[in-house]
Design a protein around this ligand. Sequence first.
Ligand SMILES: Cc1cc2nc3c(=O)[nH]c(=O)nc-3n(C[C@H](O)[C@H](O)[C@H](O)COP(=O)(O)OP(=O)(O)OC[C@H]3O[C@@H](n4cnc5c(N)ncnc54)[C@H](O)[C@@H]3O)c2cc1C
Length: 351
Amino acid sequence: MTVADLVVVGGGPAGAAVAWEAAAAGARVVLAHDGRAPWQPVGQQLAPAARAVLRRMGVDGRAAALARPVHGARSVWADPSAVDEASMLFNPYGPPWAVDRRVLDGLLRMAAREAGVRVVRARARAERAGGGGWRVAGLDDGPVPVPVVVDSTGASSAVSRGRLARRRADRLRCTVWRIPAAEAGPQPWSLVEAVPYGWWYTAPGPAPGGDLTVLQVQGAGGRAPCVPPPHTAARLRCPGPLPRPAAERVATVGRAAPPWAPGLVAAGDAALSVDPLSSSGLRHALELARPAAHAALGLVDGDEAAAAGYAELVAGAFARHLAERRAHHTAAAHYGREPFWRHRSTTGAGD
Ligand SMILES: Cc1cc2nc3c(=O)[nH]c(=O)nc-3n(C[C@H](O)[C@H](O)[C@H](O)COP(=O)(O)OP(=O)(O)OC[C@H]3O[C@@H](n4cnc5c(N)ncnc54)[C@H](O)[C@@H]3O)c2cc1C
């Protein structure tokens, strides 16, 4: 039977980084990773500021070699006929990276293993045991008794659902396509285009000359046709409906309030899930991993101070995110009267 201080359930970016931090602080850590590929393996961007965490974990060089810089961000936002362009050249952290999540997540788990974490390929089930601890089943050598579990199972919040309260600000229907790049050349820029019912996003993947990722986002109740708006259609050279999507999912914008309880800490999307418009879910998951790990280690020793501090960080990050989101949605002035935009330019004002 394994002896561990913590079991971290879920081996995505949050779980791997929390496990790494806890092991670096001297804890005995098991990380359960179910081996599933991310639902959107390519097409996500890693915000430049998050690279400080990769550096800390010793994987920034390897990640840089496998990612692709995205040098420009174009948007068609306040005025449907004008394309704004922001260069990333003067960003002190450099440009964002187009990442392959299978590669990034694998690198982070490898760093955790190198830091002494026991990484187990298993779909874990955490059940409450007597005395306030847990019994984690599904691991390779039988159930593990453990005082503290970290829920880093992503949006499913598989361990903390029903155990931690959640505040939900929004639900969004996200549809993803992979479309061959129509233009010659590397196209190292992203494009966001507002439409009355939501917005469209296109960006290069991590492979040079590979497909473009196309994302349509609308309110969760909506079913807008899969016809890209003008600037997106021109980039794709595809004026009509797109073929069958590669993936669909309803994403929530919300947080666990608070993201801990005795013996339990939520991390990553299980603690805080942001609007895909911000391309900052990975950054939040990575940057909040250290305080999440310290919250969990504090609970192992019966000390709740670090957990309370972590809760404040999560609440602050969510309030900032909602404020930025309101500003961006208000700025899409052309569509200000449409229900999608009206709702999102006010949501969370009281949070
Ligand atoms: C449409 C869309 C686009 C996005 N684009 C971006 C972007 O461009 N940039 C960005 O920074 N963020 C983006 N995000 C957000 C980003 O995907 C998440 O914030 C990030 O994946 C959170 O990481 P995580 O580790 O918390 O969860 P996840 O990445 O979901 O990882 C959770 C892991 O836990 C595993 N798991 C679940 N249950 C169990 C179990 N019982 N046992 C073991 N393992 C388990 C899962 O298989 C998975 O590997 C986007 C989100 C959406 C919805």
